[in-house]
Design a protein around this ligand. Sequence first.
Ligand code: GLY
Ligand code: MN
Ligand code: MN
Length: 442
Amino acid sequence: MKPNSNLPELDRALRRTRLFETLKDGLLVLRAPPLRMHANDVESRHRPDADFYYLTAFPEPDAVAIFDGSADRERFVLFVQPRDPTHETWTGPQAGVEGAVETFGADAAYPMSEFDGRLAERIANSGALYHALGHDTDFDQRLLKLANQGWARRLRNQSGRSRSILDPRPMLHEMRLHKTDEEILWLRRSAEIGAAAHRRAMAETRPGLWEHEIEALLEYEFRRAGTRGWAYPSIVAAGSHATILHYTANDGQLGTDDLLLVDAGCDLDLHCSDITRTWPISNDPPAPQRKVHEAVLQAQLAAIAAVRPGATIEMIHQRALEVLCEHLLSWGCLKGSLEAVLCDGTYKPFYMHRTSHWLGLDVHDVGAYEVDGNPRPLKPGMVLTVEPGLYFSPRCEEAPEAFRGIGVRIEDDVVVTAEGCEVLTRDAPKDLDGMLNLRSGR
Ligand code: GLY
Ligand code: MN
Ligand code: MN
């Protein structure tokens, strides 16, 4: 049995039905890009475009999906690479035109070579044309040419119809932002696998190992569990490397007196987890490390407690900031009142990122953060991270010397529920004792 095969099939037909309700008589064109090159003669591994995959589940590159709200039949059509024995010998089976219908539920499918010939007629007969410009300028040019051909073919009584290419992302991303119960099962499983990898890394940490050895352990666990691997390049940052937000070199050695910050999550058929834990390399961390870790943990717990329907990501951020700033004031890193520090942003040398982002098929998932210019109220089914941190650069002069070079971030993935939230990544301990207790011989 394939790993994770107990997860439910996601109902893409239902997603398409909902799309057509919004699309009305419009025509949506989504592109699965061609393979990119990684190096000379070596292709990158294909990660499907998340919008395309959300609606189609079609995993191959260089395809187009159209959703034609004006059509009676053939409303969902795939243009794909036809099966080619040579291609299949070198890189494996293809769905082809038949598989696009039989396996992926398209109303019709055609070879990609027929796309141009078939599209102009559809554009002539449909309402608004939707396509996200800017990803692939060659394809954009091609579509613009076809759009002009199609618009020119319209009859006089159709001349009031839109002649613009509209952005489909607000429509699609609003759908993706609200997760169904089935989607949450996938995200919960991704979180469980990510958390299990963190537990393994905690258990195996010891002085003298290299960051890339911990990275390898994490990624072994991700692949062993049947995921596509990391959702983003893993950050394994010992000592002052933890103060570099996007540190990915992972080539340092774990020193006895260091903390280790690990920000790593996996990609389970595009469902991402995003987890950060920071733990000591020795069994008995020095007091400054304990203090900073405790402050971030308090901020993170307070921020999670603020997640509930009606709250906003801005409110969650403010809650984390209040707790972090109280500690920074008590340590003398900041001066003045709590209100002034929060208002003036003088904490930014120590906490320079936001507390939350949406999570889903993209690790920084899509969805508007504001509605009508105001922070968006949370609703059950939205999934977000909660990830406060404190970073004391080795060069920072405002902090006590003992704090310099310490970086701590704690990040969980949460789903908003009717009462508050569920922490999807709860299997990874985050308090110092819980993390150290995983280590044998302690
Ligand atoms: N790992 C990326 C982030 O935490 O946003
Ligand atoms: Mn994150
Ligand atoms: Mn992260």
